[in-house]
Ligand binder design. Structure first.
Ligand code: ADP
Ligand code: TRP
Length: 330
C-alpha cells in the first residue's frame, strides 16, 4: 500500500530559513521514498484570513511556488497545485461544516488566541475575527480529506488542526457512509526551532527572519545584524549562540567541528558572521539562481501549477462524487 502524503503552505510572506529547515526540506525528503505519493499545495484561500491586498497574495503565491521549485520539488514526482484551483475543496468544506460542532471551532487555537487577546484589551470578544479564521480548521480538513490522505507532515503548531480534521472525518463517517480516509499527522517535533536574528524563534511575525532568497549583499547585511554578546574577539566562545546554531544547519559534520574549535580558540563575532555568510551563501547560491529564474518566468510556474491542478482534480472529483452520493446529492 502506498502512503498518500499531503501538505500545504500559506502564501503569507517571503519564505525564510526557518520555513526551509522546518517544513520545505523535510517534506521534500519524503518525495524520494517510492512508497509515497505526494501532494504539496499552496494554501492561498487560507492566506486570505490575513493577506490584505491582491498584489500581496499574487506576489507571495509566486514566491512560495518558486521557492518549492528552487528547493528541488520535481513536478513530475509531486502533485503540486494551488488550493484555489481545486473547486471540490470548497464544496467539501461546505458539506463538512454541517457535521462540525461549533464548540470544536471555539476551541481552535488561532480563534481562541484572538478572543483571549480581545478579552485582555477589553474589546468585543470577536473583534477582528472573520469567518475565514473561524472556519479555518474546516477548510484545512477539506484539503486533507479530499485526497484520501494518510499522512500530513506539519510542524507542531499544526497538531491541533490535524486532530480537528480527524474528528471531522469521524463525524462524517459516522453520520453518512464511511467514505473518508482517516489522516494521521506526521509531526516534525524533532526539527529544532530555528532561531532568528534576535535569538527568538525565526518568524515573519517577529520581523527577525533571514529570507531564504535575497541578493548576496542583502544576505550579508542581514547576517551582520544578528545579535551577539559583547565578548572580546580574543575570548573563547561556546556553541550556545545564534551564529553557531545557524552554521550547524548548513554545515557538514567536519565543518561544524572546525567552526566549533575556531570559536573556542576565540575569534571576533564579525569574523564568525563572515564565515556564516560564506557558508549560507554557497549553500543557497544554486537554489537562488533557480528561484530567480522562476520569479522572472511566472508563466512557467503557472503552467506547472495548472498541470498539477489537472492531476489533483482526477482524485478530488472522485472523492466529491463519493461524498455527494453518501449525503444524497447526485
Ligand atoms: P512564520 O512563523 O514565519 O509565519 P509559518 O507559520 O508560515 O511561518 O510556517 C510555515 C512552516 O514553516 C510551518 O510548517 C512551520 O512549522 C515552519 N517554520 C516556521 N518557522 C520556523 C522556525 N523558526 N523553525 C522551524 N520551523 C519553522
Ligand atoms: N494551516 C497550515 C499552516 O498554517 C497550512 C495548511 C492549509 C495545511 N491546509 C493544509 C497544512 C493541509 C497541511 C495540510 O501552516
Amino acid at each position: 500500500m502506498k502512503n498518500i502524503i499531503l501538505t500545504g503552505i500559506k502564501p503569507t510572506g517571503t519564505p525564510h530559513i526557518g520555513n526551509y529547515f522546518g517544513a520545505i526540506k523535510p517534506a521534500l525528503e519524503l518525495v524520494n521514498n517510492e512508497n509515497n505519493i505526494c501532494y504539496f499545495f499552496i494554501a492561498d484561500y487560507h492566506a486570505l484570513t490575513t493577506v490584505e491586498t491582491r498584489e500581496e497574495l499574487k506576489a507571495h503565491t509566486l514566491e512560495v511556488a518558486s521557492t518549492w521549485l528552487a528547493c528541488g520539488l520535481d513536478p513530475n514526482k509531486v502533485v503540486f497545485y494551488k488550493q484555489s484551483d481545486i473547486k471540490e475543496t470548497f464544496e467539501l468544506s461546505t458539506i463538512l461544516t454541517n457535521v462540525t460542532p461549533k464548540g470544536l471551532m471555539n476551541r481552535a487555537h488561532a480563534y481562541k488566541a484572538k478572543c483571549e487577546q480581545n478579552s485582555i484589551s477589553q474589546t468585543d470578544i470577536d473583534d477582528g475575527v472573520n469567518m475565514g479564521l473561524y472556519n479555518y480548521p474546516i477548510l484545512m480538513a477539506a484539503d486533507i480529506l479530499l485526497f484520501n490522505t494518510n499522512l500530513v507532515p506539519v510542524g507542531l503548531d499544526q497538531k491541533q488542526h490535524i486532530e480537528i480534521a480527524r474528528d471531522i472525518c469521524t463525524y462524517f463517517n459516522n453520520k453518512f457512509k464511511k467514505c473518508l480516509t482517516m489522516p494521521d499527522g506526521l509531526i516534525t517535533e524533532n526539527v529544532a526551532t530555528i532561531l532568528g536574528l534576535d535569538g527568538r524563534k525565526m518568524s515573519k511575525s517577529y520581523n527577525n527572519i533571514i529570507p531564504l532568497f535575497c541578493t548576496e549583499n542583502e544576505l550579508k547585511k542581514i547576517i551582520m545584524r544578528i545579535v551577539t554578546d559583547s565578548s572580546l574577539p580574543s575570548e573563547p566562545k561556546g556553541t550556545d549562540n545564534t551564529i553557531f546554531n545557524l552554521y550547524k544547519l548548513f554545515a557538514t559534520k567536519e565543518q561544524t567541528e572546525a567552526f566549533k574549535q575556531k570559536l573556542a580558540r576565540g575569534i571576533g563575532w564579525g569574523e564568525a558572521k563572515n564565515d556564516l555568510f560564506e557558508l549560507i551563501n554557497s549553500y543557497i547560491k544554486p537554489m537562488r539562481e533557480k528561484y530567480n529564474y522562476y520569479m522572472t518566468n511566472p508563466q512557467i510556474v503557472n503552467n506547472i501549477l495548472q498541470d498539477g491542478a489537472n492531476k489533483a482534480r482526477q482524485i478530488s472529483k472522485e472523492t466529491i462524487k463519493r461524498v455527494r452520493t453518501a449525503i444524497g446529492v447526485e
